[in-house]
Design a binder for this molecule. Structure first.
Ligand code: DGT
Ligand code: MG
Ligand code: MG
Ligand code: MG
Ligand code: MG
Length: 263
């Protein structure tokens, strides 16, 4: 069919195909989440129910989308890493966040939240060409989790336990280093930061692991009228949450399959 003389405008469309064989990372971050948390009386600085709910949603996404090899979540964000050879929506960058977002709405109860509050997530896509850059990306997010969580833990202790105003607490913490914040927590609030829950300090990593699922099933043998209960164990591969360090080498040595070339 002959092309119209207007067809040339297509040349203005930017090509957004994610470079072949690179890791594709999609990060969703709650929009104006501080307002959402305030409105729903989230516990400060960490609301474990909210964090567990986010992880539940992320697990569901991962189990629906087998191309995701690892996910990492902290605060109001989750990063999903697609395998190098993924051809999800032909690697069109603009489609990635939308597809995950729609999936979330379709397969979880999130639609109630979205419709009730009109709050949403921002999504961005970044392509990483090597295993090292991908590991550094994930390290960056986990370092961010640590820095913010340490700050927030001291900040809210000063406000909630010492009665400082938010401005006073902010001034008190201005220019303090990690060691200073640890010291304030320890000497003024008897809190050893290293004993704070791992989920708050390290965030949540989702990886594929084999899990034994134990269920009881009623079986009827032809000779017997009564049903018999039997314990059935099935091994399934599931997206399992861990709260561990991913900055050091130990995690990657223990789980070499994540960065495996053929994965
Ligand atoms: P944005 O992303 O620029 O639209 O703005 P926000 O407000 O989403 O800010 P962001 O993403 O930089 O930081 C996350 C906010 O969410 C931060 O104000 C703390 C809050 N938040 C995250 N998790 C929790 C929680 O478990 N409890 C409470 N109370 N707040 C939380
Ligand atoms: Mg079309
Ligand atoms: Mg946000
Ligand atoms: Mg922000
Ligand atoms: Mg955030």
């Amino acid at each position: 069919m002959a092309k119209s003389k207007f067809e040339y405008v297509r040349d203005f469309e930017a090509d957004d195909t994610c470079l072949a064989h690179c890791w594709v990372v999609v990060r969703l971050d709650g929009r104006n989440f501080h307002r959402f948390a305030e409105k729903h009386n989230f516990t400060k600085p960490n609301d474990s129910r909210a964090l567990h709910l986010m992880t539940k949603c992320a697990q569901t996404v991962m189990e629906e989308l087998e191309d995701i090899v690892i996910a990492y979540g902290q605060s109001d964000e989750y990063s999903f890493v697609f395998k190098r050879k993924s051809n999800w929506f032909k690697r069109r960058a603009r489609i990635f966040p939308t597809s995950i977002w729609l999936l979330l709405i379709l397969i979880t109860d999130l639609q109630t939240v979205v419709f009730a509050t009109a709050e949403c997530f921002d999504g961005r896509v970044v392509v990483y060409p090597s295993n090292q850059t991908l590991k550094d990306y994930l390290s960056w997010r986990q370092a961010d989790c640590h820095i913010n969580n340490l700050y927030n833990t001291v900040f809210w202790a000063l406000v909630q336990q010492s009665g400082l105003t938010p401005i006073q607490a902010q001034e008190r913490l201005q220019g303090t280093l990690t060691a200073d914040k640890n010291e304030i927590l320890f000497s003024e609030f008897n809190i050893n930061y290293n004993n704070e829950p791992l989920m708050y300090r390290k965030g949540t990593v989702l990886i594929w692991q084999k899990v034994d699922e134990v269920t009881t099933k009623e079986v009827r043998l032809p000779a017997e009228m009564e049903g018999k209960k039997m314990v059935v164990t099935r091994t399934r591969t599931k997206a399992v949450p861990l709260h561990c360090d991913i900055i050091g080498d130990a995690f990657w040595k223990e789980h070499p399959e994540i960065l495996d070339e053929d994965s």
